[in-house]
Design a protein around this ligand. Structure first.
Ligand SMILES: CC(C)(COP(=O)(O)OP(=O)(O)OC[C@H]1O[C@@H](n2cnc3c(N)ncnc32)[C@H](O)[C@@H]1OP(=O)(O)O)[C@@H](O)C(=O)NCCC(=O)NCCS
Length: 336
């Protein structure tokens, strides 16, 4: 049975059952990824940025003989943001290829259509059944990134310490756990705005004005995701010349996510990219002693960044694709 579901009021048993399904999905599709924990899972599933809405449904098995609720075997949510609905469908490996994924996609697509949105986007991990699933539903591939993973046990820490100091004269590098200091928020947002069309990070959340940046940091904290930032400021102008952001989610705290790394155009060529990323890893080593890996996503064309990541020890892992579809077409195809 598929029903609308609100994670804010869901019972602890439902959240635990959903977590079991998520981990069964990871074990089947991405066995190298760390399993998720239930820490802040409710907040992770319910908190959104101002102006955004997330609507969720679950597929629950029939009650067992004694009347206990059946397990949650499927989940779909759609995040309505701007002019697009971002979809995520999960089906427990034990009940795949029975049409449940299609049912979940249908209920979400109908709602997105009723809400007046025109397109749906979805992140699809290369080499998993999701590729054939979304292609069968008429989605087309719009953008491809490569996910790479750095195993911290293989890092040469003394080489890294050297890299961290290899920044040209006239720049100051600082570590900002929790987010950029308030007096640098505006300069930080300017740096992000300047390169938004140039660099990677298409699929990662990104904020370009000070208020949105503050909202985005507050949302991360509420969702149990701890942001760490290293930034390089230009001594003469006080501008933010470069920044790198890593988030440690309470749900998988041994593997951190690299968000944006940006070096503003006029400050390129001074070793900032390498130095801030190296400094970040050194700081994380003491700030997050249980961390064992960091994952990052890069556009395949972004050769400069891929080169620095390779020097740091990142190894390419998976294709990470963005697919899209016209909502009306999807509803029609699914029999809406
Ligand atoms: C993608 C997913 C939702 C599909 O769920 P499902 O219930 O198996 O999908 P359905 O049974 O509704 O399949 C619908 C159609 O998709 C296609 N399809 C689905 N899985 C497929 C596979 N493994 N190979 C080929 N085609 C497939 C088929 O055309 C299928 O129709 P058919 O069975 O009549 O041939 C499920 O595999 C899943 O949860 N994957 C993980 C998704 C994810 O987000 N993971 C993130 C972390 S890895």
């Amino acid at each position: 049975m598929v029903r609308e579901w609100d994670p804010r009021t869901a019972s602890p048993a439902e959240l635990a059952s959903l977590l079991d399904t998520l981990n069964a999905v990871l074990a089947a599709d991405l066995p190298q990824d760390p399993p998720w924990r239930g820490t802040h899972l409710r907040e992770y599933l319910s908190e959104v940025m101002p102006g955004e809405r997330r609507i969720s449904w679950v597929a629950q098995a029939d009650p067992a003989a004694g009347g206990a609720p059946g397990p949650i075997l499927g989940h779909v949510h759609v995040l309505l943001l701007g002019d697009i609905g971002v979809l995520e469908v999960l089906v427990h490996p034990s009940v795949r290829r029975t049409g449940l994924g299609r049912d979940l996609a249908r209920v979400a697509a109908r709602r997105v259509y009723q809400e007046g949105f025109q397109s749906i986007g979805v992140e699809v991990v290369g080499g998993t059944p999701a590729v054939a699933f979304y292609e069968a539903l008429g989605f087309s591939r719009e953008y491809v990134e490569t996910r790479s993973v750095l195993d911290l046990s293989g890092v040469d820490w003394s080489a890294l310490a050297e890299m961290a100091t290899g920044v040209g004269a006239g720049y100051r590098v600082q570590f900002c756990p929790g987010g950029p200091p308030d007096d640098l928020i505006e300069a930080y947002a300017r740096a992000k705005a300047e390169v938004r069309d140039v660099d990677d990070g298409e699929l990662r959340p990104s904020s370009y004005d000070p208020q949105r940046l503050r909202d985005s940091l507050a949302t991360l904290h509420r969702r149990g995701m701890k942001p760490y930032i290293v930034l390089a400021t230009h001594d003469r102008t006080g501008e933010v010349a470069g920044l790198t952001e890593v988030v440690v989610p309470a749900q998988h705290p041994t593997r951190a996510d690299q968000y944006d790394t940006i070096v503003v155009q006029e400050h390129r060529g001074y070793g900032i990219d390498r130095a801030i990323k190296a400094r970040m890893l050194l700081e994380l080593r003491s700030a997050e002693p249980t961390l064992t890996e960091v994952q990052t996503w890069n556009a395949q064309a972004n050769e400069a960044m891929l080169k620095v990541n390779a020097e740091l020890g990142y190894r390419p892992d998976r294709e990470w694709c963005e697919y899209g579809v016209d909502v009306a077409e999807l509803v029609h195809r699914l029999g809406g």
